[in-house]
Design a protein around this ligand. Structure first.
Ligand SMILES: [Zn+2]
Ligand SMILES: [Zn+2]
Length: 189
């Protein structure tokens, strides 16, 4: 098998982590995981009761991550030669793509991507990250994140935090709309 990003390089078989067979490129340190190998590893790491809405939204990751310089390069499946389909993962400071073959469902992780997905608690849910349900969940969480960020920029963090807390309290209260109406009246003047 050849590296999707360096077609002159043969992939070397190893383990991405204990019990997970992978094939890695000695040049870019990206790793290929065959669908069968993933399916062997996944059941012992995934919580079957977890729902998409319980998964961590990557936009909440505020840490630093430097995507591989090969992340933007299109790649061919080392197994069947199809173009790999890219799934965009947005972090607070940057974004990267995970890649999957539409034919054999094998996945490719550029250097560092698997470790980060693992850290986010998403490595055992890779197939979910390519579903419409995940995309719509992430889109609304990202919209909320941007709205909160913009609010904090306008009002300052202290007031913004109080406002979010109040909004949550009003949302949960059966007469919460009275509180909203009060605020609206105060600002009608
Ligand atoms: Zn490579
Ligand atoms: Zn394939």
């Amino acid at each position: 098998m050849l590296c999707p990003k360096h077609p002159q390089e043969a992939l070397l078989t190893g383990q991405l982590e204990a019990g997970l067979t992978s094939h890695s490129c000695p040049t870019c340190h990206g790793s290929w995981v065959a669908a069968d190998d993933y399916q062997t590893w996944q059941p012992t790491h995934a919580d079957p009761s977890i729902r998409v809405s319980n998964l961590t939204v990557p936009i909440n990751h505020s840490g630093d991550f430097q995507p591989s310089r090969y992340d933007n390069r299109a790649g061919l499946c080392p197994n069947c030669g199809f173009y790999l389909v890219r799934g965009r993962i947005n972090l607070q400071k940057t974004a990267f793509f995970i890649e999957r073959c539409p034919g054999c469902k094998g996945t490719w992780y550029d250097d560092g991507e698997w470790a980060l997905l693992d850290k986010l608690g998403l490595s055992a849910y890779i197939p979910v990250l390519f579903t419409d349900e995940w995309h719509s969940y992430v889109r609304s969480a990202e919209a909320e994140f941007r709205e909160r960020t913009a609010t904090a920029e306008k009002l300052g963090t202290d007031i913004a935090e109080k406002l979010f807390e109040l909004a949550k309290l009003l949302e949960q209260h059966p007469n919460g709309d009275f509180g909203v109406a009060y605020l609206m009246r105060r600002f009608e003047k």
